[in-house]
Design a protein around this ligand. Structure first.
Ligand SMILES: Cc1cc2nc3c(=O)[nH]c(=O)nc-3n(C[C@H](O)[C@H](O)[C@H](O)COP(=O)(O)O)c2cc1C
Length: 94
């Protein structure tokens, strides 16, 4: 049976395709963490990596990355609920 590509691998393969035909600054996202983002930049797959879910759960994401600190776990049940819960109430390190 053919193996199923992991979502991040699909993102990386897609980025490589566009990297080869696009000369501008390339920013990509979806499913990255600090390590895989740094790897993608070191491998010249993209110029920038952006973060969505990790930023929702970690408003001090840059600080946490810099300190290699643990990340909050996002409660996906709060997505698309229309309220502040799960969007603005995650704890920062300090
Ligand atoms: C709760 C939530 C809502 C989102 N809504 C949209 C949207 O309406 N349109 C869109 O293009 N992307 C949407 N996104 C995708 C983000 O814009 C971004 O591309 C994605 O979260 C990046 O991947 P990452 O979360 O794995 O870092 C949403 C993401 C989340 C977590």
């Amino acid at each position: 049976m053919a193996s199923v590509a992991k979502p991040l691998d699909l993102v990386l393969e897609t980025a490589k395709h566009f990297r080869s035909i696009y000369n501008g600054t390339l920013m990509i996202n979806k499913g990255f963490n600090a390590q895989t983002a740094n790897d993608a930049i070191e491998d010249d797959i993209a110029d920038l990596i952006s973060f969505g879910e990790l930023y929702i759960g970690n408003p001090d994401l840059v600080e946490r990355f810099a300190q290699n600190a643990p990340l909050n776990h996002n409660d996906r049940a709060t997505y698309y609920t229309g309220g502040a819960a799960g969007y603005t109430d995650y704890k920062t390190l300090k």
